[in-house]
Structures are given as C-alpha cells and as structure tokens.
Design a binder for this molecule. Structure first.
Ligand SMILES: NC(=O)c1ccc[n+]([C@@H]2O[C@H](COP(=O)([O-])OP(=O)(O)OC[C@H]3O[C@@H](n4cnc5c(N)ncnc54)[C@H](O)[C@@H]3O)[C@@H](O)[C@H]2O)c1
Length: 492
C-alpha cells in the first residue's frame, strides 16, 4: 500500500472536520470534498477551533503542518488522494453509490475507509471497484482528540488493506482497534447503545432525570472507565479472587430483570423530557462553550493517563516517542556549519504571549527538542534510557536577540562544544527564515545512571559519536556568546 501524504475526505461535516484537523496536525495534506460548497467556510472554522485544543495535546516536536484544500469535485479529490476517508450521512444506499463512484476514480491501491457508526463493510463495498481496499474505520467525536478508531473488514476486504489502514491511523496518533467480525454497530456503539437504552427507560419511567443519570456516570464509573474498561474494573471488584468471585457474587443478579433489552417507544413526552433535561444541564451554555470544556477535560485526562502509561495515555506516549524519532531522523548535519545539526520547527500560535512574541518557556522547549534530536542521533534513545542511562540538564543559559512570531519557521543549529566522560556542553542557535538569530541556548548535561540516581560515565559508542561532532568543528571559532555569565553591566 502507498505512503499517505494526502488524505482525501468525502463529506466535511462534524466527522470530516475532525479528521481534517487531526491529519493536518500530524503533517498530512488534506483534500476535502463535499457536495455543499458552503462547507468550505465551515471546515476552515472547524479546523481552527480543533487546532486550539489539539495544539495542546503534546509538547513533542510536530512535523510541518499539512495543507488544507477544498473541492466540490469528488472525482478530483479521489484522483489526488493517497487514502480516502468517507464521512457522508449514514444512509446505506448513498454511501454505496458514492463509494462506488469514488472507487472508479481512485488508484486501486488507495484505501477507502468509511466512518460509518454502524453499517457493515460488506454492504458498503458492494458496488466498489477493487473492493478489497474498502473497510470501516469508525472514529469518535471529537475525532481530533479521541484516539479510538474501530477497524472492520468486510467479506472482500484484504488483510493487507486493514494492516495498512492500522499503520496510517497509528501514524496520526490513534489507537486502531481491529474488530474480529463485522456486526451492526461494531463494538463501541453496541456498548453505548445498551447504556443509552437504559437511560431512555429510566427517564421514560420517571425514575430519574437526564442530569441525575449523567451524575450516576460522571462521579463514579466514568472516572474509572478512562483508565480501565468494565471488565478489568469488575475483576478488581471481586477482591483477591478477582473476576471468578465477582461472577459468583453478582452473576445471579443477571437473572433478575434489572435492565430492559428493548428500547422504549420514543414518544413526544419522552423526547420532551430528554430535551428539557439536557437543556437544564447545559444551564445556558452554548454547544461551542460545552465543546471547549469537554476538549479541555479530554486533553487533561490523556496527559494524566500518559504518566501512568495506561489506555489513551499509552497511545499518547507512543505517539510522542515516534514524533521524537521522526524529528531526530529529519535533523540533518548542516553542510555549511561543519559539525552542527540543523533542526526545523515553527512557532505554534499557542506559544505566543500577550506581546505577540514566542514566550520565554518555549525557547527552552525548542532547545530541549533540538538537543533531544541530537541525543537520538548519537544513540541516546528509548533503548538507552531503558538500560538506566540518560543525560540530565544541570545548567541552562538562554540569550534573546530578536523576536519570533506565531507561524514563523525557525531553524535550530545545535553544536557540541565539549564532551568528557560524564558531561556534554551544547550550544544552540535559533535562526528565523530571514537569517536573523533570534536566541541562543547553552546547556551543560550530566550523564547519569538513573537506577543508582548518580552520575556515571556514558557508553563508549555515544562518547565517540559526540567527540566526532566536536572534532568536526574544531577549526571553527567558538560561538561569540558561548560561556557568557549573566550579570548587569555597570551603568554608563
Ligand atoms: N457525529 C458523530 O458523532 C459520529 C461519530 C462517528 C461516526 N459518525 C459517522 O460519520 C458519518 C458522518 O457523520 P457527521 O456527523 O459528520 O454528518 P454531517 O451531517 O455533520 O456531515 C455530512 C456531510 O456530508 C456531506 N454530503 C452529503 N452527501 C454527500 C455526497 N454525496 N458527497 C459528498 N458529501 C456529501 C454533507 O454536505 C455534510 O457536510 C456518518 O456515517 C456517521 O455515522 C458520526
């Protein structure tokens, strides 16, 4: 299957907009198509809104942002895309027809994935040319923040297409969950609907309001669910003997009619109760305000879970590791500045302070990312750290000479000035696209044995590579600002 540089979108509503934002953020170009030309303006706004949250997901170095284009010509989109994600309304015949048409325009190795919430891939691929590349990839709203994507193959989908799709979604920070067998509603919507049905019954029977039922989740099970699913949580509920005891104790309840299987009739009274209940919960807040609040919480939860390497936090960790490796691979020796590595970055809008300039703390981050890329080049990577070896920063000195503004492209030139058994002296220069030096960053790092929590000599291979970088620029003069101490010059 081909490398995905351009993602084609069919339908740019809530879900299409979410896919666009996610792909662009991770360096994929997007060509978005919709039959409604008004969706172009909507899409631009949706991507901007999503970016405000997505831009805060990780501090890891991101590749240059992808470019967004829009067209009402679905065939043109299909001819240009390396991977197509379909997000048009949930109507089987419409999806079958459009997937069929698009498959006749796209090259045969271009995967066509449907975001359908519950339709079966075997039905969707019915009219497609090369049906082996048609599959379901069901995301969750907001697509730009939730990593889950359910992958489902139909009777004619090839395992190679499923594997290639999984790789693509992983590359844009997602957790592809391969569903073993196609069933209506896949896995997650089956679970969500069971809960939703009980909610409708409880409201219909006048047992609880929508707010009380949401409290029943938010203050309890919902907090557990982000880290562990129902099964592992129930295993813990069984005490020392786990799930076996849990089933013995609570299994009999399954025979009692605690829950209803069939959904209640959607009468006008029930609809009114649901609508009035949720309006009361919204308490005058608009959908936009509530979305922002939801997104802030989703970001915070994933960042906390990352510390514990669990659930969506593990996905985020793995993504960050890949982003760092990618930045290191992209960091190239500079031909004109012997012995220096050139690392590209750009100023994210959220890095800018009230003066319109990149804020202080981001300079350290940019220099930190650059030295991280340098370390990886010389062999200090995840494997090295897993062996209890690492470099810790012991001193930093940043000087500022000019300003960087939002969206400015910046280059860091990283130079190793000195190295001995346990220490490395690094000097970085941050340069704008117009050649102006914006800042310099100078740091001393100490090599440590992280298990013993004390300094230790670095591995010979790493030291050799660092020494080679020092030797490569031995004939060049030391940087003018290197070794400066901070002090107030005497008043004139
Ligand atoms: N909304 C959700 O929470 C959610 C979650 C997961 C999956 N999905 C699935 O994603 C798909 C899209 O849902 P949505 O909520 O984004 O819908 P939406 O109504 O917001 O967007 C659908 C878009 O498709 C466009 N469209 C209609 N016919 C078209 C055609 N023939 N060609 C190109 N574009 C066309 C419409 O103009 C519209 O912009 C559905 O299959 C849905 O089941 C939705």
């Amino acid at each position: 299957m081909r490398q995905v540089r351009t993602l084609g979108l069919l339908g740019t509503g809530v879900i299409g907009g979410g896919w666009a934002a996610r792909a662009l953020n991770f360096g994929i170009d997007v060509i978005a198509s919709d039959v409604d030309p008004k969706m172009q303006g909507w899409l631009t706004g949706a991507v901007e809104t999503a970016q405000a949250s997505l831009g805060r997901l990780t501090l890891a170095p991101l590749p240059p942002r992808g470019e967004l284009r829009f067209t009402t010509d679905l065939a043109a989109m299909a001819r240009e895309a390396d991977f197509i994600q379909e997000n048009i309304p949930e109507q089987l015949e419409l999806k079958q027809r459009v997937i069929g048409e698009v498959s006749r325009q796209a090259a045969p190795d271009v995967i066509i994935a449907s975001s359908t919430s519950g339709l079966m891939p075997s039905d969707l691929q019915r009219d497609a040319l090369s049906p082996e590349r048609v599959l379901v990839a069901h995301p969750f709203n907001p697509v730009y923040l939730l990593p889950l994507v359910e992958l489902v193959g139909g009777t004619r989908t090839s395992s190679a297409a499923l594997e290639a799709a999984a790789q693509f979604y992983t590359a844009i920070g997602m957790h592809p969950l391969k569903v073993r067998r196609e069933i209506p509603g896949h896995l997650t919507d089956r679970l969500q609907e069971a809960l939703w049905r009980e909610i409708l019954h409880l409201v219909n029977d006048g047992v609880a309001t929508t707010g009380e039922l949401d409290d029943a989740i938010v203050y309890g099970p919902g907090l557990r669910w982000a880290a562990m699913g129902t099964n592992l949580i129930y295993h813990l509920a069984g005490g020392e003997t786990g799930m076996r005891h849990m089933l013995r104790q609570f299994g009999p309840c399954l025979k009692w009619p605690w829950t209803h299987l069939k959904a209640p009739e959607l009468t006008e009274t029930l609809i009114d109760r649901m609508v009035e209940g949720t309006q009361a919960q919204a308490a005058g807040r608009s959908i936009r305000e509530l979305e922002r609040l939801r997104d802030d919480c989703l970001l915070a939860i994933q960042q906390v879970l990352r510390q514990y390497d669990i659930g969506a936090g593990s996905t985020l960790r793995a993504l960050e590791e890949r982003l760092h490796v990618r930045a290191a691979v992209a960091a190239a020796p500079d031909t004109e500045r012997a012995g220096e590595l050139r690392i590209q970055t750009w100023v994210r809008p959220e890095w800018v302070d009230y003066n319109g300039h990149m804020t202080d703390s981001r300079y350290l981050q940019v220099f930190g990312d650059a030295t991280d890329a340098l370390w990886r080049k010389v062999g200090i990577d995840a494997g090295y750290r897993a062996r209890g070896r690492s470099l810790y920063t012991v001193e930093s000195h940043v000087t500022h000479q000019a300003q960087a503004r939002a969206l400015d492209t910046l280059t860091v030139f990283a130079r190793v000035l000195a190295v001995d058994a346990k220490r490395v002296h690094v000097y970085c220069e941050l340069v704008r696209a117009d050649g102006t030096t914006v800042a310099t960053g100078e740091q001393i790092y100490l090599h440590v044995d992280t298990t013993a929590a004390r300094s230790a000599p670095m591995d010979a291979g790493v030291r050799e590579q660092l020494e080679a970088l020092v030797a490569a620029q031995a004939r060049r003069p030391a940087p003018e600002r290197a070794g400066r101490a901070i002090r107030m010059p005497p008043a004139a």
